[in-house]
Design a protein around this ligand. Sequence first.
Ligand SMILES: Cc1cc2nc3c(=O)[nH]c(=O)nc-3n(C[C@H](O)[C@H](O)[C@H](O)COP(=O)(O)O)c2cc1C
Length: 330
Amino acid sequence: MQKKFFNKKLVVRGLEISPPIVLAPMVGLSHSALRSLVQAEGGVGLFFTEMLAAKRLPHDNEFCSPLLIRDESESPLIYQIITGNDADIEPAIKKLHRLGADGVDLNLGCPAPVQRRQGAGAMLGANRQQLQKILYKLRKSTELPLSVKIRLGHSLDIGQLRSFCLFLETEGVDMITIHARLHGEKFCRKPRWAVIGEIKDAVSVPILANGGIFSPADARQCLELSHADGVMIGRGAVEQPWLCAEIAREIYGAGTGCKKIDKSATYLQFIDLLEQRFAPERRLGRLKQFTGYFAVSFQFGHHLAAAIQNSTSIEEARRRADDFFAGSRC
Ligand SMILES: Cc1cc2nc3c(=O)[nH]c(=O)nc-3n(C[C@H](O)[C@H](O)[C@H](O)COP(=O)(O)O)c2cc1C
């Protein structure tokens, strides 16, 4: 069968996303250190921050908050906000303008009880009236690209998903990321990429497909089934920080030749980045969370994960990682 050709570049309200491979927002993971690590491997056209509470954002210090610390090389960068209250929007956007955001994303998928109680995330997605108010304020307060991140819905209903996306588009949203699972479906469930394909033609704004991409073959299948304009990668890029580069090369023919993967060097570079970017008390927890995913790429990686989980300092974690690499053929 002839291989399909996919567009190498996506332009959203003047923002160039090339290649159209995007690092997902992930609490505790999509911070400056991971973004820089993935950036160094190449292949990412756009970064996201983890979700930021819009209410708190104006008061957070960008020089010490691990949620806001950023290196210039992590670019372009969309800041994802979460709120259920339209009064939060203007001050949050003012702050994002000051931070030099390349775009703003509104989280409409988070199911966490704390967000639910505030009418935010998935709850906001189900409340059209309030969502309309929030999108109106967002659109009025910024010329930056405005995107939203959603799931497929509460039940499989193509008509409803299509009408929701058209509503978002009418309210001024410039791009939609669809995590191809229903609300409540676990991450281990196979994503429903083809469902995106069923609504794609009806929607004019670009769509990013997300969920369950762990290899270039997954990315290809996802694009073929969803007809999406690009892919968003989450856990796959934590397990394999070089994954976006591989997808860029194999799917989009982008980037330079094949770089040798050095897993232990990548891991130690991540520790260096944590030390460079964050205050001492902000490092170990993030290393533990990262290791839970990254260790999967090693044979006997559970030994590495356990050794890091039981470390009480970043220095001890580094020593234990060195010992693990010395004894493993990676
Ligand atoms: C630890 C973790 C934290 C997450 N935090 C966010 C978040 O802050 N905002 C968001 O929209 N989605 C969040 N997600 C969902 C991811 O962005 C993504 O939709 C999901 O992981 C599926 O993509 P993947 O299979 O490529 O990981 C999170 C996922 C994980 C695993």
